[in-house]
Design a protein around this ligand. Structure first.
Ligand SMILES: *[C@@H]1O[C@H](CO)[C@@H](O)[C@H](O)[C@H]1NC(C)=O
Ligand SMILES: *[C@@H]1O[C@H](CO)[C@@H](O)[C@H](O)[C@H]1NC(C)=O
Ligand SMILES: *[C@@H]1O[C@H](CO)[C@@H](O)[C@H](O)[C@H]1NC(C)=O
Ligand SMILES: *[C@@H]1O[C@H](CO)[C@@H](O)[C@H](O)[C@H]1NC(C)=O
Ligand SMILES: *[C@@H]1O[C@H](CO)[C@@H](O)[C@H](O)[C@H]1NC(C)=O
Ligand SMILES: *[C@@H]1O[C@H](CO)[C@@H](O)[C@H](O)[C@H]1NC(C)=O
Ligand SMILES: *[C@@H]1O[C@H](CO)[C@@H](O)[C@H](O)[C@H]1NC(C)=O
Ligand SMILES: *[C@@H]1O[C@H](CO)[C@@H](O)[C@H](O)[C@H]1NC(C)=O
Ligand SMILES: *[C@@H]1O[C@H](CO)[C@@H](O)[C@H](O)[C@H]1NC(C)=O
Length: 414
């Protein structure tokens, strides 16, 4: 597929009605692969339509007259472009994506304050960003696989739609202490292995994903409205003091160093509870003191020495606890759980105590759902790494669309 060979512009028919005398709005769809076309683009204070900049003939991308991006601007696939200058850009009311610009090391956003959608993806040389005032309003921001080491200026808001910071190996500190709510999703995954995260004022997030974090401070969280995923972290202790409700599933796995976990105030889980592969986690006796209702199934595996659901009133799915520790007393758990399990199958199993007389009883034997829960986990864990792939696919499709555009009209509405 020949993607980048066309510099064609299509008049989109967009009505540049709101274009005032002060700001010329240029609306068109085009793919640009050369510097001359870039400088034409730079005569537009407001960019609209679908514009793609791509290819290895581009050096520095100088768009220092552009003040607003209303449409979709995509910079995609270049191993020659070294810098992006958009120092007058104030507002991205549409979307800006920079993806697979492998030599890009610097972006100048020194006037940028409002962003509807910004994605900076697969930029392995990108280590420097200029943000004078900083972004104070953001719909969705994705920062993936860059060489940035600081997020200063990028994340100074108290509310965000979606924030995804993943695979930035030089980021060892994510300070989101001003953030109070996240209406779609917050995902902090696989940055530096020593990444410290501060979410001290976060009260609720729709979906929350915390992966490969060494220290997490999140004491004011009261609600995760949808899925809460906590995996591959390096902390040894985690406590959610105020978290009352998880609207979707709770997934807690592969936190290899965790020895203590507690959800002190948690009363409701709207989906499944999956807890497994936390190799050092044994004592879960006080983990869920107030948990009353679970709308999905419960699957727990590990060297669990004690576990208790003292406040339980119902579990809608099945209950399956499989321990490799002979310290676990299943009879107590069965007493708590058996009559509350609407899915009828409740199963607790643990090896027989070698020396003690205490009976380790098995109750209603359910089918062993090991395979089910582990296949689920592998699809969960691959979701973050495969997201990049699907982004690329989307872009391929988008670029294919652009190549079909051959009308060579460069329209400027004033
Ligand atoms: C850039 O686009 C022009 C047409 O506008 C085309 O002739 C040329 O081959 C393209 N160059 C590359 C490297 O894709
Ligand atoms: C990226 O650009 C290179 C060289 O310009 C080209 O060979 C390659 O096919 C492009 N990749 C995509 C995914 O467009
Ligand atoms: C990013 O980290 C690598 C080592 O992991 C280091 O070599 C490189 O200099 C760092 N880059 C920046 C910009 O700090
Ligand atoms: C999430 O839950 C919180 C607390 O219950 C609530 O204030 C907020 O409106 C909810 N957000 C969404 C998007 O439903
Ligand atoms: C986040 O949660 C909402 C419900 O609160 C859901 O509709 C949405 O699909 C979720 N988004 C992602 C990316 O998981
Ligand atoms: C919760 O938020 C309050 C008010 O902003 C703050 O003073 C306090 O330190 C936070 N608590 C925790 C445990 O982070
Ligand atoms: C859990 O079991 C261990 C060892 O059997 C014990 O030391 C610990 O006190 C128990 N914890 C709770 C909360 O019951
Ligand atoms: C309960 O377990 C039995 C036997 O293992 C199985 O046939 C049945 O489908 C299970 N019921 C539910 C509701 O999962
Ligand atoms: C859980 O542990 C098993 C056995 O070590 C491993 O095969 C599996 O990939 C792990 N799953 C996750 C999600 O880490």
């Amino acid at each position: 597929m020949k993607l980048l060979s066309v510099f064609g512009a299509l008049v989109t028919g967009y009505l540049a009605a709101e274009a005032s005398a002060a700001s010329a709005s240029c609306s068109f769809s085009t793919t640009i692969n050369a510097s001359t076309a870039l400088s034409q683009l730079n005569s537009c204070p407001t960019l609209d339509g679908h514009i793609q900049i791509s290819g290895d003939k581009i050096g520095a991308v100088d768009l220092n007259n552009v003040e607003e991006i209303k449409g979709d601007l995509k910079l995609f696939n270049s191993s020659s472009a070294t810098a992006l200058n958009m120092n007058k850009l104030k507002t991205i009311s549409g979307s800006l994506t920079v993806d697979a610009f492998t030599q890009l090391h610097n972006i100048d956003f020194s006037s940028l304050t409002k962003v509807e959608k910004l994605a900076l993806i697969s930029l392995p040389s990108f280590a420097q960003i200029n943000l004078n005032k900083g972004i104070s309003e953001a719909g969705s921001i994705t920062l993936s696989d860059t060489a940035l080491s600081s997020l200063e200026g990028l994340i100074d808001y108290d509310h965000v739609g979606a924030l995804d910071i993943n695979n930035n190996k030089n980021i060892s500190k994510i300070d989101l202490r001003n953030l109070e709510s996240v209406s779609d999703r917050l995902s902090l995954s696989f940055n530096s292995d020593d990444c410290e995260v501060n979410l001290d004022n976060l009260e609720w997030a729709s979906n929350l994903t915390i992966q490969d974090v060494s220290d997490l401070s999140i004491g004011n969280l009261t609600s995760v409205n949808s899925t809460f995923l906590i995996a591959y972290n390096k902390f040894d202790k985690i406590e959610f003091k105020k978290l009352k409700k998880i609207g979707g599933a709770l997934q807690f796995f592969a936190n290899d160093e965790v020895t203590e976990v507690s959800f002190d105030s948690l009363e409701e889980v709207g989906g499944e509870v999956d807890i497994y592969n936390n190799t050092d986690l044994q004592d879960m006796g006080d983990a869920f003191k107030k948990l009353k209702t679970i709308d999905g199934a419960v699957n727990i595996k590990g060297e669990i020495a004690n576990f208790s659901l003292p406040s339980l009133s119902k579990i809608d799915g099945t209950f399956n606890l499989k321990s490799t520790s002979d310290k676990l007393d299943c009879s107590d758990i069965n007493k708590q759980v058996k009559k509350k399990v609407k899915g009828h199958n409740a199963s607790c199993s643990a090896p027989k105590k070698s020396s003690s007389s205490k009976k380790s009883s098995k109750s209603t034997k359910g089918s062993d759902s090991d395979s089910k829960s582990s296949s689920k986990s592998s699809s969960d864990s691959s979701s973050s790494s495969s997201s990049k792939k699907s982004d690329a696919n989307t872009l391929m499709v988008a670029s294919a669309l652009f190549t079909t555009v051959i009308t060579s009209v460069f329209a400027v509405f004033i």
